[in-house]
Design a protein around this ligand. Structure first.
Ligand SMILES: *[C@@H]1O[C@H](CO)[C@@H](O)[C@H](O)[C@H]1NC(C)=O
Length: 458
């Protein structure tokens, strides 16, 4: 069936939206319980391996293999499914577990299907073999980031269905492409679509990070990338001459200033006053200067131009105006014949001017429910954090929706994008229990029952 539709894609141009008919499986799930063979740990782990073995690494992710995998999982769980292609060749699978009250905002469990490339020769085992060692560690690219989460959602739903649980709110699962290359053709297009609007989403769960200790980590915001390029110009001259205001001298003054600022931010982290995600980070990404010669650089010439590029990450509760001023007045002042531009700059504010973050206090019932549900599943939560880099969650938060980043991996070294990425199978199974508890709490949460009652009276 996917094959047929894939051929159809060839006829679509530009922003192509392809629907699958909602498939409602006719075969009802057999009465399940502990005897249900599909709920055995061995089978759960073998399904995890199967997903990990699909090579969805850039630059040539096998997205359609992942689509086929999820469509067949959906069938086995009697979930409705559709495949969307906002951009040709970049399919997104959307599954639905319908709730009994479709008027209530729904729950979206998001995960990305792509992974970053792996340097095969630096791994002890092939990164797409999903080898399990004697400790139960499952080694594969994507085992932490974030194929674990995508399938844990489904395994949790499998358990809830087996227990006879019926959701009141609808639960959607989105398996999106391209997160690792910015999510522009995946989660971003999805979040901006009419289809998404029609889902009436009330809360989004997305990825977090592994935790080396026993506390799960949660993320309520992320830092915005500002990719800054500063450029200095100055009179060229002989390499032997001492004179003021050369491009190199002007740029070096700026670099010194940037480094002082970097150290001041890093000191706050080192002193334990702020977490990594709470400070503005600045790292030099490139230095571009010099006059090239066939053997390298001309050495007796002071160049007339010099450039440096910085990857800056700004937390949503940072002070972006102060940073803008610092850039204009200290890092690239016109008085020093310097200019600056941003290669990429994401606002720390949403469309209505509010900082892009999800509340983690009693003002946000979804946060309280998650906290309680994790504890109920015998999990421990650390203090909520700002994600140090970017994830797809930002596209949902920018719409004003609450989104919580959570990948239940405690007692696990942080190995995303690293060699020999792994997740222990017991940790994976524990994570399923955490999601079972969370999905159950979310899907049975009836917001503001009083106002629902008054609606009935009208
Ligand atoms: C800026 O450029 C002008 C024109 O080239 C030059 O006269 C001046 O000295 C430069 N100033 C600095 C601080 O580099």
């Amino acid at each position: 069936m996917e094959l047929g539709c894939r051929n159809l894609v060839g006829y679509c141009g530009g922003l192509c939206l392809l629907y699958f008919l909602f498939i409602s499986s006719i075969s009802p799930t057999a009465a399940v319980g502990e005897e249900d063979p599909s709920s055995s740990s061995a089978l759960i782990i073998s399904r995890f391996q199967k997903y990990l073995q699909i090579n969805t690494a850039h630059p040539n992710p096998q997205y359609y293999e992942a689509v086929d995998f999820f469509i067949s999982q959906a069938k086995s769980l009697s979930l409705e499914s559709q495949t969307l292609e906002f951009v040709k060749g970049k399919p997104l699978v959307l599954l639905k577990w319908p709730g009994s009250d479709p008027s209530l905002p729904s729950i979206l469990l998001n995960s990305h299907t792509d992974v970053v490339p792996a340097e095969h020769d630096k791994w002890a085992n092939h990164p797409f073999s999903a080898h399990i060692d004697s400790h139960g560690n499952v080694y594969a690219r994507g085992s932490q980031d974030m194929k674990c989460v995508g399938l844990q959602y489904l395994e949790a739903i499998r358990r809830l269905k087996a227990s006879g649980f019926q959701p009141i709110r609808s639960v959607y699962l989105s398996f999106v492409p391209d997160e690792e290359i910015g999510g522009h053709d995946g989660a971003r297009k999805f979040a901006e679509s009419d289809i998404f609007k029609d889902l009436n989403v009330g809360i989004v769960l997305d990825e977090g990070l592994a935790s080396p200790n026993e506390h799960y980590r949660t993320f309520y915001a992320e830092r915005s990338p500002w990719w800054l390029v500063i450029k200095a110009t100055g009179a060229p001259g002989h390499g032997s001459k001492l004179y003021d205001n050369t491009a190199m001298e002007n740029l070096l003054k700026s670099i010194e200033s940037v480094r002082r600022f970097r150290a001041s931010q890093f000191d706050l982290v080192k002193a334990g006053l702020k977490a990594e995600g709470e400070v503005i980070s600045v790292n030099m990404a490139f230095l571009k200067a010099g006059t090239t010669s066939p053997t390298g650089f001309v050495m007796n010439l002071q160049p007339s131009e010099a450039e440096a590029g910085f990857d800056i990450r700004v937390p949503p509760n940072g002070d972006p105006e102060a940073l803008e001023r610092r850039i204009a007045e200290e890092w690239a002042p016109t008085s020093r014949n310097m200019t600056f531009r941003f290669k990429h700059k994401v606002s720390v504010f949403d469309k209505s001017g509010r900082p892009v973050l999800t509340a983690t206090d009693s003002s946000n019932p979804w946060w309280i429910l998650l906290e309680e549900a994790v504890i109920k599943a015998n999990g421990k939560l650390g203090k909520p954090e700002i994600f140090p880099a970017s994830t797809d969650a930002r596209y949902f938060r920018e719409l004003g929706l609450p989104a919580i980043g959570f990948s239940p991996m405690a007692n696990t070294p942080i190995l995303l994008h690293d060699h020999n990425e792994f997740l222990n199978k017991d940790e994976y199974l524990k994570g399923i229990e955490a999601y079972e508890s969370i999905i159950k709490a979310y899907a049975s949460y009836v917001e503001n029952p009083r106002s629902a009652g008054s609606k009935d009276e009208l």
